[in-house]
Design a binder for this molecule. Structure first.
Ligand code: C2E
Ligand code: CA
Ligand code: CA
Length: 499
């Protein structure tokens, strides 16, 4: 029997017992107290009225409670108990009315948990749910009744506060929210969680709940675009920059059609001995008016459109043709790393295109290595694993780029056919002074050694960093200290002068 029928049956039994007892005992009491028949008839009527009134009141209270509970359930998100999107909007509307009367502001913080999809993919949905519940708990503990708290998407939360805010207070609140996020824990994961926050303000960014929430969504996009753990306030100019981005996107699409990209090569060296071990191919786009547009500006745009494979195709073909015709491929250069984007392995057509391209260049497959970022792999582990397996059989090697910034587990690393890990630049930048980064770098080196995977340190800029890597047994390095990305002619000079 369901919980509801169970409770309803129990309540009915209590009601029946009460009714029987009332009828049996009240009649006896009346018979004892009242003797004449007329008074008895009047008392019986009064007794009937009393019974109907009490049970009516009981019925009213029970029905009110049930309907209230039902409404609360509909208002709230089942997992975290926070307001759902629709209810949050209604409540914010109410909050705006109060703020209007008291000439206050309402500030909406839109929070996005970084890397949440990866947590679900790596540790399963129970772990993902636990992260959401913990975060909701932290927010509730921090704000209690003071704020409206809502969950409006899988990993999207809103904190809405009314009051007189200055910019210092906004920053402090954002920091407090980020701290709530840092307190979230997963049993197998020692890293800290982070979140991006977009902020919108009534009445500056909108006067209705819908408007302020739309502004908040735009601010969230800005925060996300800035990278993990970022906080951005809604900026009207962003709408203009949105148009600007659209223009840039159209120009990249034209550049793809014209194959207007070039490539440069950044050499990689053995830490011990300094031999040239390979190169990383990096795309370059020289715009006729804008000048050199950095890949960090246009790759994310192209990624959003699902068009990165078109760029990879151009980069791969250009690099192979340049390195082949310069006589470097297979002689001085035996490893060529190509950057592959997150979604490229998610589409079967792209995979088929890779297979086709590689079949056309069968002799060079053994020199090629694909670099995929840690976060990209975890976006769709199964599809990526299958694609990697297929390409590995054709001779392609694999490297995880920006290692240490995502949430990959040892278990996942063991499943993948990996030849290399590239420790992210952010861990190299401040070693050896930053003891925390130094410890992380040492741990990653030890881990790569025990997994028998080659480790490359990126962004090596100083002699001290190089010494640290040497002392701690890192295999290879790449960075401005040794060589900047260069055109094929310069690479040829470098390779043949060191050979
Ligand atoms: P990445 O794959 O992590 O590439 C390394 C970036 O670090 C390159 O920037 C390189 O020039 C830079 N770098 C190398 N040594 C140092 C150093 O010592 N110090 C500092 N501060 N930086 C160093 P770049 O070429 O601007 O590329 C940026 C990002 O754009 C790349 O990061 C990669 O994610 C993406 N990208 C570049 N080329 C391609 C490509 O052909 N395809 C795809 N999908 N992405 C690409
Ligand atoms: Ca790379
Ligand atoms: Ca990298």
């Amino acid at each position: 029997m369901s919980y509801a029928s169970d409770r309803a049956t129990r309540l009915t039994i209590v009601y029946l017992i009460f009714g029987f007892l009332w009828i049996a005992f009240s009649d006896q009491v009346l018979a004892y107290l009242v003797q004449d028949a007329q008074t008895m008839a009047r008392m019986q009527t009064l007794k009937g009225w009393f019974f109907v009134s009490v049970t009516g009141l009981m019925f009213f209270l029970l029905a009110r409670r049930a309907l209230h509970q039902q409404r609360e359930l509909m208002r709230r998100d089942g997992l975290t108990g926070l307001l759902n999107r629709g209810m949050l909007r209604d409540e914010i509307e109410h909050q705006l009315e109060l703020a209007r009367c008291q000439q206050q502001k309402v500030v909406l913080f839109f929070i996005n948990l970084d890397g949440f999809k990866q947590i679900n993919a790596t540790y399963g949905h129970a772990a993902g749910d636990s992260v959401l519940e913990q975060f909701a708990f932290m927010l509730r503990r921090q704000y209690g009744e003071e704020a409206l708290l809502g969950r409006i998407g899988a990993d999207e939360f809103v904190v809405s506060l009314r009051g007189d805010f200055d910019s210092q207070e906004l920053d402090n609140t954002a920091l407090r929210i980020m701290n709530c996020c840092r307190l979230v824990r997963l049993p197998e994961e020692s890293g800290q969680f982070s979140c991006g926050i977009g902020v919108s303000i009534f009445p500056d960014d909108g006067v209705t709940a819908r408007e302020v929430m739309a502004a908040g969504a735009v601010a969230t996009e800005q925060a996300k675009a800035a990278g993990p753990g970022q906080y951005r306030q809604f900026n009207r100019a962003f709408s203009e920059s949105f148009e600007d981005r659209l223009k840039l996107l159209q120009e990249v699409k034209q550049a793809i059609r014209d194959e207007a990209f070039t490539v440069v090569y950044q050499p990689q060296f053995a830490v011990d001995g300094g031999d040239l071990t390979g190169v990383e191919v990096l795309v370059r786009w020289e715009h006729p008016e804008r000048g050199m547009v950095p890949p960090s500006r246009f790759i994310p745009l192209v990624e959003q459109q699902g068009l990165t494979h078109d760029i990879t195709r151009i980069v791969l073909q250009r690099a192979v043709s340049e390195l082949r015709s310069s006589g470097l491929l297979g002689t001085a250069i035996k490893r060529v790393s190509i950057n592959i984007s997150a979604q490229e392995f998610e589409s079967p057509e792209n995979l088929e295109d890779f297979v086709y391209m590689l079949t056309q260049n069968e002799d060079v497959c053994k020199y090629l290595q694909f670099e995929i970022t840690e976060t990209a792999i975890m976006r769709n582990l199964d599809a990526t694993l299958a694609a990697m397996e297929r390409l590995r059989l054709m001779g392609i090697r694999f490297s995880i780029d920006d290692f240490g910034t995502g949430y990959s587990s040892l278990n996942m690393l063991k499943q993948l056919p990996l030849n290399e890990l590239k420790i992210d630049q952010s861990f190299i930048r401040d070693i050896p002074e930053d003891t925390n980064d130094a410890m992380i770098a040492r741990t990653i080196i030890a881990m790569a050694q025990s997994l028998h995977i080659r480790l490359v340190a990126e962004g090596v800029e100083t002699e001290e960093q190089k010494q640290f890597l040497l002392q701690n047994g890192c295999d290879e390095m790449q960075g401005f200290l040794l060589a900047r990305p260069m055109a094929v002619a310069a690479l040829r000079d470098l390779a043949f002068s060191t050979a």
